[in-house]
Design a protein around this ligand. Structure first.
Ligand code: AMP
Ligand code: MG
Length: 322
């Protein structure tokens, strides 16, 4: 696995990209989760271009990325500093997004008019240097067309978004799925989106108040259909598979024997490792999408720990093909 603390991107590239951000442009850049499509969070016109390029509906708010914990105070009202400090100390930089009441200086377009803002500090040197050099927090959703597969390679970005002002190629992302999103409540948290930081990880720091998976309305981004390849996805045992398996791709957690009936079979992990599966999830779906298979059948993974985030993404990819 690449070490995100030692990046191979030339400093000149980062400084050129930072100039693009400062001028109101849009830059695709690597983070540890997936590639982001970033603009100056305080420049509403620049942020509007993110929505335009992604064809993202205006009701789906963006995550604002910062490079220093101090930057949080510029964006959010920190009502319970003790809780926030505990989370920051344990999980930042890292794939945890915290939703907090927003400062009025944060443009409404960033938060889709909500009174809250989602913030995180990515654990990726390229992303951190880009934010620092730009001298401003960077609002960034994933660098894909709305609803389609998230990018874990720079080439995935180029494929879906040919009109981005600048793409920084930092190689394959090391976590592979989007951040865990939480909101704070009392002395605990609510889960808005599962990720590789699990409820159990968070519960070591704060008690979980209520699992938002059963109460979906609070986060506009919790759409039922999302993260979809251009071809149908069926989850084995959950959806009625339509079509000839000889034209299909198969995706399993671990290498399986006897998948010869499928046109192409891929596995997400060499063993049974859910973290490795998360890293490879979107690149495997991109590969199947590009391979010419007509549809994809996926073997469900156990819904424990990181498996919960993987199944969240797969169910959204498969939602319209039940
Ligand atoms: P993306 O950056 O494409 O992975 O999407 C960011 C996701 O973060 C959104 O789709 C929402 O689910 C969530 N999010 C961002 N801002 C907020 C907010 N203010 N309140 C609740 N959820 C948010
Ligand atoms: Mg996204």
């Amino acid at each position: 696995m690449a070490n995100p603390r030692k990046h191979m991107v030339n400093n000149q590239v980062i400084s050129n990209a930072a100039k693009v951000i400062q001028k109101g442009g849009v830059v695709a850049f690597p983070t540890e989760t997936v590639y982001g499509l970033g603009a100056d969070a305080f420049n509403p016109m620049a942020v509007a271009r993110i929505f335009e390029i992604k064809e993202r509906p205006a009701f789906d708010p963006l995550i604002v990325h910062i490079a220093e914990a101090d930057g949080l105070g510029l964006l959010a009202e920190i009502e319970n500093k003790e809780l926030v400090d505990k989370l920051i100390e344990k999980f930042w930089p890292g794939p945890l997004t915290i939703v907090l009441p927003k400062k009025s200086s944060v443009p409404d377009i960033v938060t889709s008019g909500l009174s809250t803002v989602a913030v995180r500090m990515p654990d990726h040197l390229v992303a951190l240097e880009l934010i620092r050099e730009s001298g401003t927090p960077i609002a960034a959703p994933s660098a894909n067309k709305f609803g389609m597969l998230s990018p874990t390679l720079a080439s995935h970005v180029g494929k879906q978004l040919p009109h981005v002002d600048f793409i920084i190629d930092g190689g394959k992302t090391t976590v592979g799925i989007e951040s865990t999103v939480i909101t704070l409540s009392g002395n605990g948290f609510k889960l808005l989106r599962p990720g590789v930081i699990t409820v159990a990880d968070l519960e070591e720091v704060l008690p979980e108040i209520h699992n938002m998976r059963e109460n979906r309305l609070q986060s506009p981004g919790q759409l039922k259909s999302h993260y979809s390849p251009r071809i149908p996805v069926y989850i084995q045992g959950e959806s009625a598979i339509k079509g000839d398996l000889g034209n299909a791709g198969y995706l399993a957690l671990s290498p399986l024997q006897n998948t010869g009936e499928y046109q192409l079979s891929l596995s997400l992990s060499t063993g049974n490792d859910l973290r490795e599966a998360a890293v490879n999830l979107f690149s495997a779906l991109h590969q199947l999408e590009e391979s010419g298979v007509k549809f994809i059948v996926v073997e469900p993974v156990p819904e424990t720990g990181i498996g919960m985030a993987i199944m969240d993404r797969l169910r959204k990819a498969a939602y319209q093909y039940k």
